[in-house]
Design a protein. Structure first.
Length: 83
């Protein structure tokens, strides 16, 4: 069974399909951009220097031993570091 369409209808369908492909392409571009931004952000986050917890604990202990920090302050700061 053949369906007869006019030239105008064929052109309309072609233009419609081109627009759909363009829209889908733009959506894919935004998805890739979001993905690469997330990868870049995670790399930057990993590159941030993390403080050495053991070194910070030693400094806290020294301050506590010197009397600069009370027992309560020392244990509170220690909890924050170990989280």
């Amino acid at each position: 069974m053949f369906i007869f369409v006019t030239l105008e209808q064929e052109i309309f369908v072609l233009i419609f399909l081109i627009v759909v492909v363009l829209i889908l392409s733009v959506i894919q571009i935004f998805k890739f951009k979001h993905f690469f931004d997330a990868v870049k952000a995670s790399k930057e986050q990993k590159e941030e220097p993390k403080s050495d917890i053991a070194e910070d604990l030693k400094k806290l202990a020294e301050l506590h031993d010197q009397g600069v920090l009370t027992d309560e302050e020392f244990f509170e700061q220690k909890k924050k570091l170990l989280r």
